[in-house]
Design a protein around this ligand. Structure first.
Ligand SMILES: Cc1cc2nc3c(=O)[nH]c(=O)nc-3n(C[C@H](O)[C@H](O)[C@H](O)COP(=O)(O)OP(=O)(O)OC[C@H]3O[C@@H](n4cnc5c(N)ncnc54)[C@H](O)[C@@H]3O)c2cc1C
Length: 118
């Protein structure tokens, strides 16, 4: 992987930046974090509800994955609190959150594409 990264850096970066990028890769002083993204269609099925990254993994570039997970958990707790009908409460949770989940994930994906120049 490092070799292909080095080749890509050599072809993509202009001098003088190329030297720094290539040296960093050769020194193995770069880290790589695989990025998974997931745009949810639904986050509830029967008695199962997803929150956080399991529901809507988004690029760390948003800097908001933790916040979104907490908002999910709070919304879920609010809807479940005192609910007689579990299924209806989970459906309300999904309805409340799915729009924001999709918007934030899509915004992050768009930002990533722009950043990577693809
Ligand atoms: C490099 C990086 C930088 C980030 N920077 C930011 C940032 O600046 N700000 C921000 O808000 N967010 C950031 N995030 C995103 C944030 O970390 C996540 O969105 C957030 O942790 C999601 O919380 P979660 O509870 O949904 O999932 P997680 O935090 O992933 O928790 C899931 C837990 O489930 C456990 N688990 C997995 N499988 C099983 C199993 N089979 N049985 C039992 N347990 C299991 C895991 O060990 C883990 O502890 C960043 C993420 C990365 C990767």
């Amino acid at each position: 992987m490092y070799e292909s990264l080095e080749r890509a850096a050599e072809s993509k970066w202009d001098a003088p930046w190329r030297t720094g990028v290539v040296e960093t890769i050769r020194d193995r002083s770069v880290i790589a974090t695989p990025i998974s993204e997931y745009l949810p269609e639904r986050v509830v099925d029967g008695r199962v509800a997803l929150v956080g990254d399991a529901a809507h993994a988004q690029t760390p570039m948003t800097g908001a994955g933790f916040e979104e997970a907490v908002i999910d958990a709070a919304a879920l707790a609010r809807e479940l609190g005192g609910a007689d009908d579990l299924g209806a409460a989970l459906q309300r949770y999904e309805l409340l959150r799915i729009g924001d989940m999709r918007d934030r994930m899509a915004a992050g994906a768009s930002f990533s594409r722009g950043f990577a120049g693809v």
